[in-house]
Design a protein around this ligand. Structure first.
Ligand code: SF4
Length: 437
């Protein structure tokens, strides 16, 4: 068998998957494979998949079917499926896409270099838990300015609608010394912004070290200039963390705090383990302690048995929280979860109507939030040029918003002060603040 010399990774899903793809790329490159920009040139194509929604799985399967053409034109091409869908479907995936060569689950995907070298695995499908290699692997930066560092894997919360604990296993913290080392290596390599990732960063615990403790250690032992983290779970986000953020400018003022529903009864059925009142006690504390903070969320509409009145409570909570932005979804059944045993009784048309109503409301709120940024000078990391106009630079503000501006002599990865001049619901528009004024 010809050993692959080049690889290309296609990633679906969340930032955790992006981080995993970076780590896997690092592992393959360490083994001598070269990364190529196009799947047409790759001897090994890796598809890192998502199972959070059915649509994400369908899209991945569509892409995998399309990729069969590479096997026809270049028969030595190997196709590997990794990540959550590989973990969930296991052998079934081979029935659906028989031309796939390897199916490696979330705990086995980092063994791919051994698998292609014939060191590991006699089977096409490897999905057993308990073989995780990631703690000894270093992530690579995906660009010159930002990187993800995973602080824990898996989740032990078992929210009733969510597939993550089943496909990523229970929560396992990474070693704090390794986290600090990874960050130092990335900063040495020129990275200015680090995002710490976990399904629920607030429940991080390694020995006596909790999440604020980990952040203090990172602040003390690394020179990282800009630190973010996600995702926070409202039941675990502590006042200690908010106090730390309030006094530390290197911790950027953005908190992603998924509410999911504004109804206590629905939250209970979702297994979220907080009430709306408790959620807003946390929000109120954040807003009281942090003069400037961007709050974002996830909202799920049409959960089994959700009534119109309960959906109206979600609208009310959205108005009250004044989110800078939100990921909004309509409920879809994930087989194997607790909610899959409930009757999916909100009609699809009604779910779509609720979602559209919520999106309309949230866009109006986002517009107001963004317009409040007008006049502010944001220290922003330049990410590249605008997707619409190559004459405009695109940068990320401390609050995780996109700002567009004009300027000469700018470089990607630079941190520049940009004064916000106008805003729409999605983007800020600004001007570079020059040293002389
Ligand atoms: S906290 Fe809940 S929604 Fe988030 S990953 Fe864990 S189970 Fe899923």
């Amino acid at each position: 068998m010809q050993r692959p010399r080049t690889f290309h990774i296609v990633t679906f899903g969340c930032q955790m998957n992006l981080a995993d793809s970076s780590t896997l790329a690092s592992a393959l490159m360490t083994r001598g494979l070269s990364r190529v920009d196009s799947e047409d040139e790759a001897d090994l194509i890796v598809v890192n998949t998502c199972s959070v929604r059915e649509k994400a799985e369908q899209r991945a399967i569509g892409r995998l079917n399309e990729m069969q053409r590479h096997k026809r034109t270049r028969p030595h091409t190997k196709l590997a499926v990794v990540g959550c869908m590989a973990q969930r479907l296991k052998d079934e995936l081979i029935d659906v896409v028989p031309h796939v060569d390897y199916v490696l689950g979330t705990d086995r995907q980092f063994e791919l270099p051994d698998v292609i070298d014939g060191i590991e695995g006699t089977s096409k499908v490897m999905t057993a838990f308990g073989h995780e290699e990631i703690d000894r692997l270093a992530p690579i930066k995906e660009n010159s300015f930002s990187a993800f560092v995973t602080i824990s894997r898996g989740c032990s919360n078992y929210c009733s609608y969510c597939i993550v604990p089943y496909v990523r296993g229970v929560e396992r913290p990474h070693d704090p010394a390794r986290i600090v080392q990874s960050i130092n290596e990335l900063v040495d390599d020129g990275v200015v912004e680090i995002t710490l990732l976990g399904q629920n960063v607030n429940s991080y615990r390694s020995g006596d070290l909790d999440f604020p403790g980990l952040l203090r250690r990172v602040l003390d032992e690394t020179p990282a200039r800009r630190l973010r983290f996600m995702t926070s779970h409202p039941k675990d986000l502590s006042r200690d963390l908010v106090d730390l953020m309030a006094g530390e400018p290197r911790l950027l003022p953005h908190i992603h705090l998924p509410l999911q529903s504004g109804s206590d009864r629905v939250l209970k059925k979702m297994g979220r383990k907080y009430t709306v009142q408790q959620y807003f006690e946390t929000v109120d504390y954040i807003r009281a302690r942090m003069a400037y903070v961007s709050l974002t969320t996830d909202l799920l509409v049409g959960f089994p048995t959700e009534t119109r009145e309960e959906f109206a409570e979600t609208l009310e909570a959205t108005r009250r929280a004044r989110y800078d932005s939100a990921f909004m979804f309509r409920y879809s059944v994930r087989p194997g979860t607790a909610a899959a045993r409930m009757q999916d009784d909100v009609p699809e048309g009604e779910k779509i109507d609720r979602l559209n109503t919520l999106i309309e409301l949230q866009q109006a709120i986002a517009l107001e939030c963004n317009q409040r940024e007008v006049g502010r000078v944001c220290e922003s990391v330049v990410e590249g040029t605008s997707r619409r106009s190559r004459h405009l630079w695109r940068a990320r503000t401390e609050a995780n918003k996109t700002v567009l501006f004009e300027g000469d002599g700018i470089e990607v990865g630079q941190v520049v002060p940009v004064r916000v001049l106008s805003a729409d619901a999605f983007t800020l528009h600004g001007a570079l603040v020059r040293e002389d004024g």
